[in-house]
Design a protein around this ligand. Structure first.
Ligand code: ADP
Length: 427
Protein backbone atom coordinates (compact mmCIF):
# COMPACT_ATOMS: atom_id res chain seq x y z
CA UNK A 1 0.00 0.00 0.00
CA UNK A 2 1.46 3.26 -1.14
CA UNK A 3 0.20 6.44 0.40
CA UNK A 4 0.57 10.13 -0.08
CA UNK A 5 3.05 9.96 -2.92
CA UNK A 6 4.39 12.98 -4.73
CA UNK A 7 2.18 14.93 -7.08
CA UNK A 8 2.95 13.29 -10.34
CA UNK A 9 1.26 11.46 -13.11
CA UNK A 10 1.48 7.73 -12.60
CA UNK A 11 -0.04 4.62 -14.07
CA UNK A 12 -1.50 1.59 -12.38
CA UNK A 13 -2.13 -1.68 -14.16
CA UNK A 14 -5.10 -3.60 -12.76
CA UNK A 15 -5.55 -7.32 -13.34
CA UNK A 16 -8.99 -8.76 -13.90
CA UNK A 17 -11.38 -8.55 -10.93
CA UNK A 18 -9.09 -6.18 -9.05
CA UNK A 19 -9.75 -2.69 -7.79
CA UNK A 20 -7.78 0.45 -7.14
CA UNK A 21 -8.96 1.99 -3.85
CA UNK A 22 -8.44 5.70 -3.49
CA UNK A 23 -9.02 8.27 -0.77
CA UNK A 24 -8.77 11.70 -2.33
CA UNK A 25 -6.87 14.30 -0.30
CA UNK A 26 -7.85 17.97 0.05
CA UNK A 27 -6.07 18.85 -3.20
CA UNK A 28 -7.18 18.38 -6.82
CA UNK A 29 -7.07 14.84 -8.09
CA UNK A 30 -8.01 13.29 -11.41
CA UNK A 31 -7.76 10.00 -13.19
CA UNK A 32 -8.44 8.42 -16.54
CA UNK A 33 -8.80 5.03 -18.09
CA UNK A 34 -5.98 4.31 -20.54
CA UNK A 35 -6.67 0.71 -21.57
CA UNK A 36 -9.30 -1.90 -20.87
CA UNK A 37 -12.61 -1.29 -19.10
CA UNK A 38 -13.32 -0.23 -15.54
CA UNK A 39 -16.14 1.04 -13.39
CA UNK A 40 -16.64 3.16 -10.31
CA UNK A 41 -19.34 1.66 -8.08
CA UNK A 42 -21.16 0.07 -11.01
CA UNK A 43 -20.82 2.90 -13.52
CA UNK A 44 -18.40 2.42 -16.38
CA UNK A 45 -15.82 5.12 -16.79
CA UNK A 46 -15.28 6.48 -20.29
CA UNK A 47 -11.91 5.80 -21.95
CA UNK A 48 -9.24 8.53 -22.16
CA UNK A 49 -11.24 11.31 -20.50
CA UNK A 50 -9.84 12.83 -17.30
CA UNK A 51 -12.29 12.61 -14.39
CA UNK A 52 -11.84 15.11 -11.55
CA UNK A 53 -12.78 13.64 -8.21
CA UNK A 54 -13.84 15.89 -5.33
CA UNK A 55 -11.71 16.25 -2.17
CA UNK A 56 -12.10 13.52 0.49
CA UNK A 57 -13.99 11.16 -1.84
CA UNK A 58 -13.37 7.51 -1.04
CA UNK A 59 -13.94 5.19 -3.94
CA UNK A 60 -12.64 2.28 -5.98
CA UNK A 61 -12.01 1.73 -9.67
CA UNK A 62 -12.89 -1.89 -10.36
CA UNK A 63 -12.17 -3.87 -13.51
CA UNK A 64 -13.78 -7.12 -14.63
CA UNK A 65 -11.27 -7.84 -17.40
CA UNK A 66 -8.20 -5.70 -16.67
CA UNK A 67 -7.38 -2.02 -17.16
CA UNK A 68 -4.69 0.61 -16.93
CA UNK A 69 -5.50 3.72 -14.93
CA UNK A 70 -3.58 6.97 -14.95
CA UNK A 71 -3.70 9.19 -11.84
CA UNK A 72 -2.74 12.82 -11.42
CA UNK A 73 -2.48 14.44 -7.99
CA UNK A 74 -1.79 13.38 -4.44
CA UNK A 75 -4.07 11.05 -2.53
CA UNK A 76 -4.58 10.25 1.13
CA UNK A 77 -4.18 6.60 0.14
CA UNK A 78 -4.25 4.54 -2.99
CA UNK A 79 -3.69 0.81 -3.26
CA UNK A 80 -4.69 -2.13 -5.35
CA UNK A 81 -6.83 -4.94 -3.92
CA UNK A 82 -7.26 -8.32 -5.57
CA UNK A 83 -9.81 -9.60 -3.07
CA UNK A 84 -13.23 -8.04 -3.43
CA UNK A 85 -16.81 -9.29 -2.99
CA UNK A 86 -17.72 -7.96 -6.46
CA UNK A 87 -18.40 -11.38 -7.99
CA UNK A 88 -20.96 -12.15 -5.28
CA UNK A 89 -22.53 -8.72 -5.78
CA UNK A 90 -22.85 -9.15 -9.53
CA UNK A 91 -24.35 -12.60 -8.98
CA UNK A 92 -27.07 -10.94 -6.92
CA UNK A 93 -27.58 -8.53 -9.79
CA UNK A 94 -27.98 -11.46 -12.19
CA UNK A 95 -30.68 -13.02 -10.00
CA UNK A 96 -32.50 -9.68 -9.77
CA UNK A 97 -32.24 -9.33 -13.53
CA UNK A 98 -33.97 -12.68 -13.98
CA UNK A 99 -36.76 -11.55 -11.69
CA UNK A 100 -37.18 -8.29 -13.57
CA UNK A 101 -37.48 -10.18 -16.84
CA UNK A 102 -40.07 -12.49 -15.36
CA UNK A 103 -42.03 -9.50 -14.02
CA UNK A 104 -41.93 -7.81 -17.40
CA UNK A 105 -43.26 -10.95 -19.05
CA UNK A 106 -46.28 -11.05 -16.74
CA UNK A 107 -48.14 -7.79 -17.33
CA UNK A 108 -51.60 -7.65 -15.85
CA UNK A 109 -50.87 -10.10 -13.06
CA UNK A 110 -50.62 -7.84 -10.01
CA UNK A 111 -48.23 -10.12 -8.11
CA UNK A 112 -46.10 -11.58 -10.89
CA UNK A 113 -45.61 -8.19 -12.59
CA UNK A 114 -43.80 -6.84 -9.52
CA UNK A 115 -40.04 -6.86 -9.93
CA UNK A 116 -37.64 -7.40 -7.04
CA UNK A 117 -37.85 -5.15 -4.01
CA UNK A 118 -34.40 -5.29 -2.53
CA UNK A 119 -33.55 -3.87 0.86
CA UNK A 120 -29.90 -3.48 1.87
CA UNK A 121 -29.22 -3.72 5.61
CA UNK A 122 -26.17 -3.84 7.84
CA UNK A 123 -24.20 -1.85 10.39
CA UNK A 124 -22.80 1.60 9.72
CA UNK A 125 -19.96 1.59 7.23
CA UNK A 126 -20.64 -1.84 5.83
CA UNK A 127 -21.00 -0.54 2.29
CA UNK A 128 -24.80 -0.37 2.08
CA UNK A 129 -24.99 2.83 0.06
CA UNK A 130 -22.25 1.60 -2.23
CA UNK A 131 -23.92 -1.75 -2.89
CA UNK A 132 -27.28 -0.01 -3.48
CA UNK A 133 -25.60 2.24 -5.99
CA UNK A 134 -23.95 -0.64 -7.84
CA UNK A 135 -27.17 -2.64 -8.09
CA UNK A 136 -28.99 0.43 -9.42
CA UNK A 137 -26.30 1.35 -11.92
CA UNK A 138 -25.98 -2.18 -13.27
CA UNK A 139 -29.76 -2.35 -13.70
CA UNK A 140 -29.90 1.06 -15.37
CA UNK A 141 -27.12 0.04 -17.73
CA UNK A 142 -29.37 -2.75 -18.94
CA UNK A 143 -32.18 -0.33 -19.62
CA UNK A 144 -34.26 -0.72 -16.46
CA UNK A 145 -35.51 2.21 -14.42
CA UNK A 146 -35.36 0.88 -10.88
CA UNK A 147 -36.51 3.07 -8.01
CA UNK A 148 -33.96 4.03 -5.40
CA UNK A 149 -35.39 4.44 -1.93
CA UNK A 150 -33.16 5.98 0.72
CA UNK A 151 -34.29 5.54 4.32
CA UNK A 152 -30.94 6.60 5.79
CA UNK A 153 -31.87 9.96 7.28
CA UNK A 154 -28.42 10.39 8.77
CA UNK A 155 -26.66 10.87 5.45
CA UNK A 156 -29.04 10.96 2.52
CA UNK A 157 -27.80 10.22 -0.98
CA UNK A 158 -30.91 11.53 -2.75
CA UNK A 159 -31.39 14.82 -0.98
CA UNK A 160 -30.33 16.49 2.27
CA UNK A 161 -30.11 14.55 5.55
CA UNK A 162 -33.20 14.36 7.74
CA UNK A 163 -35.36 12.96 4.93
CA UNK A 164 -36.60 9.70 3.51
CA UNK A 165 -36.78 9.86 -0.25
CA UNK A 166 -37.19 7.96 -3.51
CA UNK A 167 -36.29 8.59 -7.11
CA UNK A 168 -36.21 6.56 -10.32
CA UNK A 169 -32.71 5.79 -11.60
CA UNK A 170 -32.69 6.06 -15.36
CA UNK A 171 -28.96 6.04 -16.02
CA UNK A 172 -25.93 4.58 -14.28
CA UNK A 173 -25.14 6.90 -11.36
CA UNK A 174 -22.37 9.38 -12.09
CA UNK A 175 -19.44 8.73 -9.75
CA UNK A 176 -18.88 12.44 -9.19
CA UNK A 177 -22.31 14.05 -9.56
CA UNK A 178 -24.24 11.35 -7.72
CA UNK A 179 -27.97 10.99 -8.18
CA UNK A 180 -29.62 13.57 -10.42
CA UNK A 181 -32.10 15.64 -8.46
CA UNK A 182 -35.02 15.57 -10.84
CA UNK A 183 -38.15 15.72 -8.78
CA UNK A 184 -37.41 13.14 -6.12
CA UNK A 185 -40.24 12.12 -3.79
CA UNK A 186 -39.14 13.47 -0.42
CA UNK A 187 -40.58 13.31 3.09
CA UNK A 188 -39.00 15.46 5.78
CA UNK A 189 -38.38 14.10 9.25
CA UNK A 190 -36.23 17.03 10.25
CA UNK A 191 -33.70 15.21 12.43
CA UNK A 192 -30.46 13.45 11.56
CA UNK A 193 -31.57 10.37 13.50
CA UNK A 194 -35.01 8.75 13.75
CA UNK A 195 -34.64 8.45 17.52
CA UNK A 196 -35.68 12.09 17.83
CA UNK A 197 -39.16 10.93 16.83
CA UNK A 198 -39.45 7.25 15.97
CA UNK A 199 -43.19 7.21 15.38
CA UNK A 200 -43.01 10.08 12.94
CA UNK A 201 -40.21 8.28 11.08
CA UNK A 202 -42.45 5.23 10.75
CA UNK A 203 -45.33 7.37 9.50
CA UNK A 204 -43.09 8.83 6.79
CA UNK A 205 -41.69 5.44 5.74
CA UNK A 206 -45.26 4.17 5.43
CA UNK A 207 -46.34 7.23 3.41
CA UNK A 208 -43.39 6.89 1.07
CA UNK A 209 -44.12 3.19 0.54
CA UNK A 210 -47.80 3.85 -0.15
CA UNK A 211 -47.08 6.64 -2.60
CA UNK A 212 -44.64 4.43 -4.51
CA UNK A 213 -47.17 1.62 -4.52
CA UNK A 214 -49.67 3.96 -6.17
CA UNK A 215 -47.11 5.09 -8.73
CA UNK A 216 -46.18 1.51 -9.54
CA UNK A 217 -49.77 0.49 -10.10
CA UNK A 218 -49.92 2.87 -13.06
CA UNK A 219 -46.43 2.19 -14.38
CA UNK A 220 -45.61 -1.34 -15.48
CA UNK A 221 -42.06 -0.39 -16.42
CA UNK A 222 -41.01 0.85 -12.99
CA UNK A 223 -43.02 -1.91 -11.34
CA UNK A 224 -41.02 -4.58 -13.19
CA UNK A 225 -37.71 -2.82 -12.50
CA UNK A 226 -38.46 -2.91 -8.78
CA UNK A 227 -36.62 -1.02 -6.09
CA UNK A 228 -33.40 -0.90 -4.15
CA UNK A 229 -33.86 0.37 -0.60
CA UNK A 230 -30.91 1.68 1.39
CA UNK A 231 -31.28 1.73 5.18
CA UNK A 232 -29.60 3.17 8.26
CA UNK A 233 -26.71 1.59 10.08
CA UNK A 234 -28.79 1.48 13.26
CA UNK A 235 -29.50 -2.22 13.67
CA UNK A 236 -29.99 -2.77 17.42
CA UNK A 237 -33.05 -2.28 19.57
CA UNK A 238 -35.36 0.32 18.04
CA UNK A 239 -33.15 0.41 14.95
CA UNK A 240 -33.84 -3.29 14.41
CA UNK A 241 -37.58 -2.71 14.83
CA UNK A 242 -37.37 0.04 12.23
CA UNK A 243 -35.69 -2.37 9.79
CA UNK A 244 -38.51 -4.86 10.26
CA UNK A 245 -40.98 -2.03 9.82
CA UNK A 246 -39.33 -1.00 6.54
CA UNK A 247 -39.20 -4.58 5.23
CA UNK A 248 -42.91 -4.83 5.91
CA UNK A 249 -43.89 -1.35 4.68
CA UNK A 250 -42.20 -1.85 1.30
CA UNK A 251 -43.07 -5.56 1.04
CA UNK A 252 -39.40 -6.28 0.41
CA UNK A 253 -38.74 -9.52 -1.42
CA UNK A 254 -34.95 -9.65 -1.04
CA UNK A 255 -33.07 -8.66 2.12
CA UNK A 256 -29.33 -8.26 1.54
CA UNK A 257 -27.41 -8.33 4.82
CA UNK A 258 -23.93 -6.86 4.68
CA UNK A 259 -21.21 -7.98 7.02
CA UNK A 260 -23.17 -9.12 10.04
CA UNK A 261 -23.78 -12.75 10.84
CA UNK A 262 -26.01 -12.03 13.84
CA UNK A 263 -28.32 -9.61 12.05
CA UNK A 264 -28.61 -12.06 9.18
CA UNK A 265 -29.64 -14.97 11.38
CA UNK A 266 -32.08 -12.80 13.34
CA UNK A 267 -33.74 -11.67 10.12
CA UNK A 268 -33.79 -15.19 8.68
CA UNK A 269 -35.50 -16.34 11.83
CA UNK A 270 -38.22 -13.68 11.96
CA UNK A 271 -38.85 -13.88 8.21
CA UNK A 272 -38.87 -17.68 7.92
CA UNK A 273 -42.64 -17.79 7.65
CA UNK A 274 -42.56 -15.53 4.65
CA UNK A 275 -41.62 -17.73 1.70
CA UNK A 276 -41.60 -14.73 -0.63
CA UNK A 277 -38.76 -13.02 1.21
CA UNK A 278 -35.18 -14.14 0.63
CA UNK A 279 -32.57 -13.18 3.20
CA UNK A 280 -29.08 -13.23 1.70
CA UNK A 281 -25.82 -12.66 3.52
CA UNK A 282 -23.13 -10.80 1.63
CA UNK A 283 -19.54 -10.10 2.49
CA UNK A 284 -18.54 -6.56 3.33
CA UNK A 285 -15.87 -5.15 1.04
CA UNK A 286 -12.45 -4.61 2.61
CA UNK A 287 -12.41 -1.25 0.84
CA UNK A 288 -15.24 0.30 2.85
CA UNK A 289 -13.88 3.21 4.82
CA UNK A 290 -15.20 3.87 8.34
CA UNK A 291 -16.25 7.38 9.09
CA UNK A 292 -16.23 8.77 12.62
CA UNK A 293 -19.07 10.96 13.92
CA UNK A 294 -17.15 14.10 13.05
CA UNK A 295 -16.70 13.02 9.45
CA UNK A 296 -20.39 12.14 9.27
CA UNK A 297 -21.37 15.50 10.71
CA UNK A 298 -19.18 17.18 8.14
CA UNK A 299 -20.70 15.09 5.34
CA UNK A 300 -24.17 16.16 6.50
CA UNK A 301 -23.19 19.82 6.26
CA UNK A 302 -21.68 19.12 2.86
CA UNK A 303 -24.96 17.67 1.57
CA UNK A 304 -26.90 20.74 2.73
CA UNK A 305 -24.34 23.05 1.17
CA UNK A 306 -24.58 21.06 -2.06
CA UNK A 307 -28.38 21.45 -2.07
CA UNK A 308 -28.11 25.23 -2.06
CA UNK A 309 -24.83 25.86 -3.87
CA UNK A 310 -24.32 22.78 -6.06
CA UNK A 311 -21.47 20.32 -5.96
CA UNK A 312 -19.06 22.65 -7.75
CA UNK A 313 -20.54 25.91 -6.46
CA UNK A 314 -22.46 26.03 -9.71
CA UNK A 315 -25.83 27.03 -8.26
CA UNK A 316 -26.69 30.46 -6.94
CA UNK A 317 -29.32 30.34 -4.23
CA UNK A 318 -31.41 33.40 -3.56
CA UNK A 319 -31.68 35.30 -0.37
CA UNK A 320 -35.35 36.15 0.16
CA UNK A 321 -37.19 38.21 2.76
CA UNK A 322 -40.66 37.34 4.04
CA UNK A 323 -42.98 38.76 6.68
CA UNK A 324 -43.63 36.63 9.74
CA UNK A 325 -47.27 36.57 8.66
CA UNK A 326 -46.44 35.02 5.26
CA UNK A 327 -45.16 31.77 6.74
CA UNK A 328 -46.75 29.10 8.91
CA UNK A 329 -44.10 27.02 10.61
CA UNK A 330 -44.85 23.74 12.34
CA UNK A 331 -42.95 21.25 14.41
CA UNK A 332 -44.04 17.60 14.53
CA UNK A 333 -44.51 16.05 17.96
CA UNK A 334 -42.67 17.07 21.10
CA UNK A 335 -43.70 20.41 22.49
CA UNK A 336 -44.60 21.01 26.13
CA UNK A 337 -46.17 18.03 27.84
CA UNK A 338 -48.15 17.93 31.02
CA UNK A 339 -45.73 17.03 33.80
CA UNK A 340 -46.48 13.75 35.56
CA UNK A 341 -47.36 15.67 38.72
CA UNK A 342 -50.19 17.44 36.93
CA UNK A 343 -51.83 14.20 35.83
CA UNK A 344 -54.33 12.06 37.71
CA UNK A 345 -52.64 9.34 39.76
CA UNK A 346 -51.72 6.36 37.58
CA UNK A 347 -52.02 8.24 34.28
CA UNK A 348 -49.04 8.27 31.94
CA UNK A 349 -48.11 11.50 30.21
CA UNK A 350 -49.05 11.08 26.57
CA UNK A 351 -47.32 13.10 23.94
CA UNK A 352 -48.68 12.44 20.50
CA UNK A 353 -45.50 12.05 18.45
CA UNK A 354 -47.27 13.11 15.29
CA UNK A 355 -49.02 16.10 16.79
CA UNK A 356 -48.69 19.27 14.77
CA UNK A 357 -47.28 22.08 16.91
CA UNK A 358 -47.34 25.64 15.55
CA UNK A 359 -44.00 27.39 16.04
CA UNK A 360 -43.61 31.02 16.99
CA UNK A 361 -41.04 32.75 14.85
CA UNK A 362 -38.11 33.87 16.96
CA UNK A 363 -34.34 33.82 16.83
CA UNK A 364 -34.26 30.11 17.79
CA UNK A 365 -34.96 29.43 14.13
CA UNK A 366 -31.68 30.95 13.04
CA UNK A 367 -29.44 28.54 11.07
CA UNK A 368 -32.12 25.88 10.88
CA UNK A 369 -33.04 24.12 7.65
CA UNK A 370 -36.82 23.99 7.09
CA UNK A 371 -38.81 22.00 4.56
CA UNK A 372 -41.52 23.50 2.37
CA UNK A 373 -44.52 21.17 2.47
CA UNK A 374 -46.84 20.47 -0.45
CA UNK A 375 -49.72 20.42 2.07
CA UNK A 376 -52.67 22.66 1.26
CA UNK A 377 -54.07 22.48 4.79
CA UNK A 378 -52.25 22.08 8.09
CA UNK A 379 -53.87 18.66 8.67
CA UNK A 380 -52.12 17.37 5.55
CA UNK A 381 -48.63 18.32 6.70
CA UNK A 382 -47.80 15.04 8.45
CA UNK A 383 -48.58 12.96 5.39
CA UNK A 384 -47.36 15.33 2.67
CA UNK A 385 -44.11 15.21 0.82
CA UNK A 386 -41.99 18.31 0.51
CA UNK A 387 -41.03 20.53 -2.41
CA UNK A 388 -37.65 21.63 -1.10
CA UNK A 389 -35.81 23.39 1.69
CA UNK A 390 -34.95 26.84 2.96
CA UNK A 391 -32.24 27.97 5.32
CA UNK A 392 -32.94 30.74 7.84
CA UNK A 393 -30.18 33.36 7.78
CA UNK A 394 -31.74 36.24 9.72
CA UNK A 395 -34.71 37.03 11.93
CA UNK A 396 -35.63 40.65 12.53
CA UNK A 397 -37.99 40.60 15.49
CA UNK A 398 -38.65 44.34 15.41
CA UNK A 399 -39.63 44.54 11.77
CA UNK A 400 -41.12 41.02 11.84
CA UNK A 401 -39.06 39.94 8.84
CA UNK A 402 -37.38 36.64 8.15
CA UNK A 403 -34.47 36.26 5.73
CA UNK A 404 -33.85 32.87 4.16
CA UNK A 405 -31.85 31.19 1.49
CA UNK A 406 -33.80 29.21 -1.12
CA UNK A 407 -32.64 27.40 -4.27
CA UNK A 408 -34.61 29.85 -6.36
CA UNK A 409 -36.10 33.28 -6.42
CA UNK A 410 -39.72 34.19 -5.79
CA UNK A 411 -42.61 32.72 -3.91
CA UNK A 412 -42.25 29.42 -2.09
CA UNK A 413 -44.22 26.47 -3.52
CA UNK A 414 -46.25 26.27 -0.31
CA UNK A 415 -46.91 28.31 2.82
CA UNK A 416 -46.51 25.52 5.35
CA UNK A 417 -43.00 24.92 6.61
CA UNK A 418 -41.72 22.08 8.79
CA UNK A 419 -38.92 22.56 11.27
CA UNK A 420 -36.95 19.91 13.13
CA UNK A 421 -33.45 20.04 14.55
CA UNK A 422 -31.50 20.09 11.31
CA UNK A 423 -29.02 22.93 11.50
CA UNK A 424 -26.27 24.09 9.22
CA UNK A 425 -23.60 26.71 9.61
CA UNK A 426 -22.63 28.17 6.30
CA UNK A 427 -18.89 28.05 5.75
P1 ADP B 1 -22.72 2.53 4.57
O1 ADP B 1 -23.78 2.97 3.61
O2 ADP B 1 -22.90 1.11 4.99
O3 ADP B 1 -22.56 3.45 5.76
P2 ADP B 1 -20.94 3.28 2.43
O4 ADP B 1 -21.40 2.46 1.26
O5 ADP B 1 -21.37 4.70 2.47
O6 ADP B 1 -21.31 2.55 3.79
O7 ADP B 1 -19.35 3.18 2.48
C1 ADP B 1 -18.57 3.92 3.40
C2 ADP B 1 -17.45 4.64 2.67
O8 ADP B 1 -16.56 3.69 2.07
C3 ADP B 1 -17.92 5.53 1.54
O9 ADP B 1 -17.16 6.71 1.57
C4 ADP B 1 -17.63 4.73 0.29
O10 ADP B 1 -17.43 5.56 -0.83
C5 ADP B 1 -16.38 3.99 0.69
N1 ADP B 1 -16.20 2.71 -0.02
C6 ADP B 1 -17.12 1.72 -0.13
N2 ADP B 1 -16.61 0.67 -0.82
C7 ADP B 1 -15.33 1.02 -1.15
C8 ADP B 1 -14.26 0.37 -1.88
N3 ADP B 1 -14.42 -0.85 -2.38
N4 ADP B 1 -13.10 1.04 -2.02
C9 ADP B 1 -12.93 2.27 -1.49
N5 ADP B 1 -13.88 2.93 -0.80
C10 ADP B 1 -15.07 2.31 -0.64
Amino acid sequence: AASGGPTSIRQVKLDKECELRIEVAETPFRLRLLTGTAEIFGTEIPPEIWLSLPPRLKFAVFTWYGATIEMDGTTETDYTADETPMVSYVNVHAVLEGRRNRAKASPGDSDASQGPRVIVVGPTDSGKSTLSRMLLSWAAKQGWKPTFVDLDIGQGSITIPGCVAATPIEMPIDPVEGIPLEMPLVYFHGHPTPSANVDFYKVLVKELAQTLEKQFSGNAESRAAGMVINTMGWIDGVGYDLLLHAIDAFSASVVLVLGQEKLCSMLKDVLKNKPNVDVVKLQKSGGVVSRNPKVRQRARGGRIREYFYGLANDLSPHSNIANFSDLSIYRIGGGPQAPRSALPIGAEPTADPTRLVPVNINRDLLHLVLAVSYAKEPEQIISSNVAGFIYITDIDIQRRKITYLAPCHGELPGKYLIVGSLTWVET
